[in-house]
Every structure is written in structure tokens, then in C-alpha cells.
Design a binder for this molecule. Sequence first.
Ligand code: PLP
Length: 450
Amino acid sequence: MSPLSNLAVRDVETLIHPYTNLAQHRETGPLVLERGQGIRVYDSNGKDYIEGLAGLWCTSLGYGNEELVEAAAAQMRKLSFTHIFGGKSHDPAIELAEKLKEIAPAEISKVFFTSSGSEANDTQVKLVWYYNNALGRPEKKKIIARQRGYHGVTIASASLTGLPANHGDFDLPIKNIMHTDCPHPYRGMEAGESEEDFSRRLAQNLEEMILREGPETVAAFIAEPVMGAGGVIIPPKGYFPAIQEVLRKYDVLMIDDEVICGFGRLGTMFGAQTLDIRPDTVSVAKALSSAYQPIGAVMVNEAVYQAMVEESRKLGTFGHGYTYSGHPVAAAVAIKTLEIYERENIVGQVAAKAPHFARRIQGFADHPLVGDARALGLIGALELVANKETKAGFTKPGVAAKLASLCEAEGLILRAIFGETLAICPPLIITEAEIDELADRLGRALDQCE
Ligand code: PLP
């Protein structure tokens, strides 16, 4: 192992890294990145990497976008901060809320801003409870999420997340949050079952869960259109229509977590439009600003909003909000980001490039280590297995992580996620030639993996 550089030593001595094996990090040290341009980032030795996960599924417009830099600088010069508590307001927050309402995948009444996806989903939980208290149904509080879903790391959003690492030894999930099936065709479909049958079976299981718990106690269901961190899981055909039929029957709100799928990732503005989701409320973050600023939002329908109005009338205030809710600089950057998406027809471009992306990803399906190669829009994954026939996993875990480090050596940043899966989610501005370059680098890494 090469000795750590000066920066790496300082890192190890000072930083706690999220989602990192902290013991191992002391030995290996960090990859220190210095700058970025287009779809590439460069380390402190000048080596280039294709950012194949768009940072953390967020840098849709890539790096070095001067328009976004300028939007931030101009707003900082004009009014670097004002909060929007207690009736104060400012131009960028108003304009961004108007724009989100206009493009939202549902009849959205109002928008509440956060700084992250976790804060957005935490807010969702509080709003669901607030809503049912306002309606005089204090017992209707349970929220059903899904195994392997990812919704963040705050106490409520980590509880919604359905991954063991987010619960184990953090004493989560909190009460009133439960998890139904993960809609993973590769792992979950039974022999002879069609995708539609599988969807119906999952909807039936959900209905049984609601009946077991008592429909009068179940308030909401939360889902990502395509699960991201839980394994890039593309639901089977007919999944959301079948699920939503059950939700409607028992008056259960549909919360659509668009933190990854929102703003073009699946080739439509929102994942809801690709997968036929009819949400009551929506969470967004990440690509809302192409990660040039931390910003997220919760969008709610009129019924939820009216309940909030009534509760705040009764209690004297709507007692929730972050210092940086609607931060003017973040909002200005988000407005510019949405303007660029529209002007450059980014969503249409994703739809046009998606078949090429899918062909290149699915081209790895024959590799002996690849059990399943899947893609939709510009998100995809390779699920690695020890035995393609039986789909059996590895006796020793960490094969996807090893593949990710082989990719890194080849100049490609990807991420090993749950289920020995390697996630691929490049900036939306990637060209077909760059998709080829990404796939070639991935292919070279895969061939070295054992
Ligand atoms: N929801 C989804 C679908 C996500 O993928 C993420 C983060 O990856 C979150 C919520 C949490 O967002 P954040 O990390 O900004 O808190």
C-alpha cells in the first residue's frame, strides 16, 4: 500500500466520513478530488475520472457550469440571506415555488423548502401526522415504506429507509413506520409469474398488511419511482397502479420520493410520469440544483395544505421550518437549473440517449459475474452473483466494492450499493460517445474482477 499523501493524512486525522468503514479508512485514506469539468472530476494528481454516479445521483448538469456559478454569485451580491419565517419572503423562493408547481407531476397546491432529501422526507412524516390530527383521526399515523427503499438518514427518514445499515444499532425504526416488499423482479418474481402477476401479488401483500394493522391506523405509503441506493430497482410492469388501487381503497396518502428520479433521470421530468404514480405529496432535492447548492422541497396537494392551515390556525403557528428553508442563493441556483433543463431539453435528451445507455449496460449481462444488468432512463446497475444459475451471492461480501475500486483505477467513479450491486447514474449531460467511454472503462474493470 502506498503511503498516504499529506492531504490524506490530514483527512484521516480530522474527518468523519459518512457511509464509510471508519476503521478501514484509517488504513486506505481518501481519494482527494480537486476539480471538475463536464462529466469528469480530477484528483490531486491530475488523474481524470468519469463521474459515473453524478456525485451522489445529483450533479445532473455536470461540473463547471458557469451559468450556475453566476446565478449563485449574483444572488449572493444582491441578498445573500433572508429567512422566510413568520411572513418574510423573497423573489427566488416565490419564483422557484411557482416553477415547481407548474412542472410538478400532480395537482400541487404549495411548496415547502428544505436543504436536503432527508429533511424533505422528515417533513413528509411530520405533515402526515399533522394532517391526520387536523382531520380528527389521531389514530391514523402509520406510514408504510418498503424494504430496501432509501429515504435519508434523519431519525424519521432513516426509519422510512428499509436498509439494515440505517437501522442496526441506531435503535431505528421509530414506531408507526413499517416496511412492505421490495418490488425486485430479479429476486422476487416466482417461476412462471409475469411482471403483472408479481405486481398484483405485491399489492395484495400490501393490502393484507393494511388490513392486519387496521386501515384506520394507516396514513401513508412512501416510495421512490426507481429505488436508488437500495439497489437501482426498477419495479415490475403495473406495480404502481396496482399499489395505488389499494391505497385509494383505504384512504392512504401516496408520498412520491423523487429525490433521485426527479428532473429527468428516467427520461420524463419526474419518475412519476414514467411509472404512472399519482402522488398526494412529492419530495425533491439533488438535481433540483444539480447539486450546486443544497436544496430540497416538499410539494403538497390542496387537501394536505388545507389541513396545515387549520392546524396552524388552531395552534397559532405551523411549528416547523429550517433556517435555510428557501435559502435565496440555493433557490436562485435551482431556478437557473430548471431554466437550463428546459432550454436544453435535458429531459428529451435523456429519453433519446436512454436506449444506447441500456444497450451498453445490458451488454454486460453475459459476464460470468453479472446476474442482472438493468437500466431505465440514465440510471442502471449490475447486480453481481457467484452463480448465475442459482443467483447465489458470494461467500465473502464486498465484490461490488472491489469492482468499484477497480473502476476507480480505470478512471471511473461508480458506487457499490446494497445487494452486491454496482450503481451507474451519470450526469444527464453525458453524450453517447461518453456513455461508450464509461462502459469501456467499466468493462475493463469487470474483466479484472474475480
Ligand atoms: N431520498 C432518496 C430517494 C435518496 O436517494 C436520498 C439520498 O440519496 C435521500 C432521500 C436523502 O437525501 P439527502 O442525502 O440529501 O438527505
